[in-house]
Design a protein around this ligand. Structure first.
Ligand code: HEM
Length: 381
């Protein structure tokens, strides 16, 4: 079974159904790894870093696991604890609270303009606006870095797959990003108040070894844009396909947080990360040997009927706050509240202005790790 063909990336769900039906753990012989396709095992593994280690990388090929060695995502406690404490500073609740008025004002501005135009591409015109105007500025890479951030981000997720053609094509861009982080992104060229510069400020106070800073910058560059862009357009796509759910949300906007969770559950932007087993691990009588790599299939786990009845149905009253789209445990997404604020602000601005999203054209982007739409043309009225 190849999870990385164009067909599988465009519609992974029939394969996920098959995998979940096969058992709680499935050997992906093509990849030389095991996969957890069901909710329970993915949740348990995410919460057990001692056995399911991230320190030797969380990706599907060795080359990228060693190229990105040293980023927060690819570390275990106690090193992880120290890095994450610094990495998460700009996304602490009180810091995010300061950002809310700016995010809401930008959401109003873009939604007002697009609704006036009537027809637009929600995957680009709408979904890219907040990450590119607000978040890219906050990361603060300076002009050269900022202009290339989106391209680097998408490449960084492509190379996380197995060593297929998509990975090979994206590798030079990731080399470029790593070279930029190592050689160019230094205090002085970075925006002084940005997140990237704050890493160096933390290092100068002794909170971090300074050589960690370029790698931790990758923790900001890679996941802060595309993940959220895809989450936003998938939510619009789901409402366009399920207009009765939009009606429910319009009549009760307090359901916005649940709508956000339900969209993330159903179209999880990050489809998988991997872990390396530090010891033998038993799943329902089958022993996975220490040293095995295990793929945590978030996208499949979030559609497990054992956990969510009628799992393929978009139902904003389901309230699935325990979905795994942001992971869980030590590595749970550091930017999840920021992503939620962006998604909620856009939905809140759209609610009073849009009665219906008519779907004109949609196309899934083919990325080795991310799930999302490259095109989502809609007409609103
Ligand atoms: C809807 C949008 C997003 C989704 C679906 C998402 C998904 C995830 C997932 C599944 C993980 C868990 C990784 C693991 O367990 O190995 C993660 C971690 C992470 N995310 Fe996000 N993410 C999103 C937005 C963001 C944003 C906006 C940022 C902003 C900087 C961000 C930064 C990070 C970082 C730094 C980590 C690593 C945390 C650690 O290793 O402790 N993410 N994300």
């Amino acid at each position: 079974m190849d999870l990385f063909t164009d067909e599988a990336l465009a519609d992974p769900y029939p394969l996920f159904d098959e995998l979940r039906a096969l058992g709680p753990v499935v050997e992906l012989t093509q990849n030389g790894m095991y996969a957890f396709p069901r909710y329970r095992e993915v949740r348990e593994a995410s919460g057990n870093w001692k056995v399911f280690s991230s320190a030797k990388g969380v990706f599907m090929n060795d080359q990228i696991n060693s190229a990105l060695e040293g980023i927060t995502l690819c570390s275990d406690p106690p090193e992880h604890t120290q890095m994450r404490r610094v990495l998460g500073r700009p996304m602490r609740p009180e810091k995010l609270k300061e950002l809310v008025p700016q995010i809401e004002a930008e959401a109003e501005k873009i939604v007002e303009r697009l609704v006036r135009e009537g027809t637009f591409d929600a995957a680009t015109d709408l979904a890219e606006h907040l990450p590119l105007t607000v978040v890219a500025d906050m990361v603060g890479l300076g002009d050269t870095g900022r202009a290339r951030m989106l391209e680097w981000a998408s490449a960084t997720f492509d190379v996380q797959g197995p060593m297929n053609q998509r990975t090979v094509a994206a590798l030079p861009k990731v080399d470029d990003m790593v070279a930029f982080a190592l050689n160019e992104a230094k205090p002085g060229t970075l925006q002084p108040t940005g997140w990237a510069a704050q890493l160096y400020a933390a290092a100068s106070l002794g909170d971090l070894p300074v050589e960690k800073c370029p790698f931790m910058m990758v923790d900001y560059i890679a996941p802060s844009l595309d993940t959220t862009i895809f989450a936003i357009s998938s939510a619009i796509y789901l409402f366009a396909r399920n207009p009765e759910q939009w009606d429910i949300l319009r009549s009760d906007p307090s359901l916005i947080p649940h709508a956000v969770n339900e969209a993330l559950r159903l179209e999880s932007p990050v489809q998988r990360f991997t872990r390396l087993l530090t010891e033998d691990y038993e799943v329902e009588g089958y022993t996975l040997p220490a040293g095995s790599r295990v793929v945590l299939l978030y996208g499949a786990a979030n559609r497990d009927g054992r956990k969510y009845p009628d799992p393929a149905r978009f139902d904003i009253r389901r309230k699935p706050s325990d979905h795994l789209a942001f992971g869980r445990g030590e590595h749970v997404c550091v930017g999840m509240n920021l992503a939620r604020i962006e998604m909620s602000a856009l939905l809140r601005s759209l609610l009073p202005r849009v009665e219906r999203f008519d779907l004109i054209e949609s196309q899934w982007e083919l990325n080795n790790t991310l799930r999302g739409l490259g095109t989502l043309k809609v007409r609103v009225n």
